[in-house]
Design a protein around this ligand. Structure first.
Ligand code: KIV
Ligand code: ZN
Length: 388
């Protein structure tokens, strides 16, 4: 049975670029956009065109460059924003306007000093206006995570009536639990009239470290688009990490969901974004961190050397990492030492290995990691003893 496709909406260049202290110029954004297009993302959110002349320029250049993915520009539910986004997207093969408004009680009261009915009217008008420029219009209900479900369903219905093709349900503050976010999607799927005309989209922030879990709960409950960024970068604690959701769906085939992502390009894309943004990837980051396929304790190393799958659920090659690494530390055992010694040219007998291992432990207690040159030094030092 063929799998249901989950669209990957990449917002590295818009929400991701909202990282404090990081800035990309148009040239860098074009390089990343090209890479994302090759990676196989379905939508590239290229920026927020009204926010600055530089962002307008970037969206415009990306719109002209990208040939496969849909190129999207963000707007508020404001006519001028929509006009500027439409202008920036001119030349795109597949343009999309992403417009919306805050829908939670606190956004309506404190941001807009308005009422639910007036906000619903603004949402309808924004989508209808965007629709006069492009066919593909995505509506976002900002702070949907904390928006009452009944009102959220009403505003989604209005957006569909106005012509929205995608309904984005952002957990803007990263507040929801997976069960709650999944239940919200299910509620919308079952209660919004005309929902078959639109795709539900997950847009989860990571304030409680739940962005990935919430997005997966969203697609299990009927959403068919995930909004995410490379390395999970974004405002505050960031957005859903693209590489994580892609590999979760691949690792759990019974969910019957997949994406168009060429996973073997994930590692190089992660490195590219990290380098261009000057934002290092934390070593223990799932999928693309430098330790994601590194094994340091003796028990694990012994298992991995015998059979990789004992401690790895993903073949590193699947995400573009050449091979798993065995890191030699004071926690390593004889199996790892023998394996590494063989790699650098020494075939040790059992007796020799015992001898070298004792020396190795002395070294390893003094050093964080034992490198190839240390192995040579240890073995050569021992040889003298072994031979005399
Ligand atoms: O987090 C959010 O609510 C957003 C919207 C503007 C889509 O980024
Ligand atoms: Zn966001």
């Amino acid at each position: 049975m063929s799998k249901d496709k989950v669209q990957i909406f990449d917002t590295t260049l818009r929400d991701g670029e909202q990282v404090p202290g990081c800035k990309l110029d148009t040239k860098q954004k074009l390089v990343i956009a090209k890479q994302l297009d090759q990676l196989g993302v379905d939508v590239i959110e290229a920026g927020f065109p009204i926010s600055s002349p530089g962002d307008f320029q970037s969206v415009h250049e990306i719109a002209k460059l990208v040939k496969n993915a849909t190129v999207c520009g963000l707007t508020r539910a404001v006519k001028k924003d929509i006009e500027v986004a439409a202008e920036a997207l001119r030349g795109a093969v597949r343009p999309r306007i992403h417009t919306g408004i805050g829908t939670s009680a606190s956004h309506i009261k404190y941001k807009f000093n308005s009422t639910q009915d007036k906000i619903l009217e603004r949402a309808y008008e924004a989508v209808a206006y965007a629709k006069t420029f492009v066919e593909d219009v995505e509506f976002y209900a900002e702070d949907a995570g904390r928006t009452d479900n009944e009102y959220l369903a009403r505003i989604c219905e209005a957006a569909i009536k106005a012509g929205a093709t995608v309904l984005n349900i952002p957990d803007t503050t990263g507040y929801c639990l997976p069960e709650e976010y999944g239940a919200k999607m299910k509620y919308l799927k079952e209660n919004v009239k005309g929902i078959e005309k639109a795709i539900l989209s997950c847009h989860c922030h990571n304030d409680l470290g739940l962005a990935t879990a919430n997005s997966i709960a969203g697609v299990i409950n009927g959403a068919r688009q995930i909004e995410c960024t490379i390395n999970g970068i974004g405002e505050r604690a960031g957005n859903t990490s693209l590489e994580e959701v892609v590999m979760i769906l691949r690792q759990h085939p019974y969910l019957n969901l997949d994406t168009n992502i060429k996973s073997e390009m994930l590692y190089e894309t992660s490195q590219m974004v990290s380098n261009k943004m000057g934002m290092p990837v934390q070593p223990n980051k799932a999928i693309v961190g430098s330790n994601a396929f590194a094994h340091s304790s003796g028990i694990h190393q012994d298992g991995v050397i015998k059979k990789r799958e004992t401690y790895e659920i993903i073949d590193p090659a699947e995400v573009g990492v050449t091979e798993s690494s065995i890191v030699l530390t004071a926690r390593s055992g004889r199996a790892a030492l023998a394996w590494r010694a063989k790699k650098v040219g020494y075939e040790l007998t059992k007796v020799q290995l015992d001898e070298v291992y004792q020396e190795f432990l002395q070294y390893a207690d003094r050093k964080k990691e034992i490198m190839d040159e240390d192995i040579h030094e240890i073995i050569e030092g021992c040889k003298v003893k072994l031979e005399s």
